[in-house]
Design a protein. Structure first.
Length: 266
């Protein structure tokens, strides 16, 4: 089994490099579409132009585009303009390699391995897009919902399909109603529509019974984040300061996965 581990890691790194392109260019395509610009197709954005430095816009050579190693060899800076390259590129590539390796080691060369790779990859992409831009694109959140429902229907996720379907509906409605109440009181949105769909996907993944734990844990993580930022920064976060909630939902869902499928904590 271990004979394919190195190719699996390499494949994960390659996909991680592509995920970085998706994370960077998807919000640009969405912004362009919102502004009614032509040629705002996500497919066109992903396929063209070739990888370039956001600072100097020079094309990145293949030697400087090797996952992980190029970032480390260049010290996290563009070879030409010396502008810093986000450490996110390194993190995403490493996490992708971990995802591919874990799924291969746990499920082997199987349909289940592919299923979990796709699911975890969607969460990885959503995590960083929301963390950087406050976008949770429908393309990925709706795909997550459908994938989670399919997983329960095919008995991959060990969640009854009815529980999964109810989890999707309740996941959407809970945040929708909380946001509706918040908007009535404060006249602004507390959550974005992408958060509703993301929690719907997580609810479909783990079933409706998991929602109180995931929402509670996400809220605690959000409060800890605000506390951490306020301690580090002189400029305090205010009540109306926007923070991305998606990364906290995703982190909580991964804890739930670890409990159900790996550690059986409770």
């Amino acid at each position: 089994m271990y004979v394919y581990l190195i190719p699996t890691v390499i494949l994960g790194l390659i996909f991680g490099s592509f995920f970085n392109v998706v994370i960077y260019r998807t919000p640009i395509a969405l912004e362009a579409k919102l502004q009614g610009k032509k040629n705002s197709s996500l497919l066109k954005q992903l396929s063209w132009p070739a990888s370039f430095c956001p600072g100097c816009t020079n094309k990145i050579s293949w030697l400087d585009n090797i996952p992980v190693f190029s970032w480390l060899l260049l010290g996290g800076k563009c070879r030409q303009c010396k502008i810093s390259i986000k450490v996110r590129y390194l993190i995403v590539e490493l996490l992708s390699a971990i995802i591919f390796s874990y799924c291969y080691l746990k499920f082997g060369l199987s349909f289940e391995a592919v299923y979990w790779v796709v699911l975890f990859s969607l969460l990885l992409i959503l995590f960083f897009i929301d963390a950087e831009t406050f976008f949770l694109p429908d393309l990925f959140t709706i795909s997550l919902i459908l994938l989670a429902l399919a997983g329960s229907f095919l008995e991959i996720t060990n969640i009854n399909f009815v529980d999964s379907l109810i989890g999707a509906i309740l996941g959407f409605l809970i945040l929708y109603l909380i946001n509706l109440f918040y908007k009535i009181v404060r006249k602004v949105d507390g959550f974005g529509g992408g958060d509703f769909k993301l929690l719907a996907g997580i609810g479909a993944w783990f079933g409706w019974i998991s929602l109180p734990v995931i929402i509670g844990m996400s809220s605690i993580l959000g409060l800890l984040y605000i506390l951490f930022i306020n301690v580090l920064n002189k400029k305090k976060l205010k009540l109306n300061t926007m923070i991305p909630f998606g990364p906290f939902l995703i982190s909580s869902s991964l804890f739930m996965y670890a409990n159900l499928y790996i550690f059986n904590l409770f």
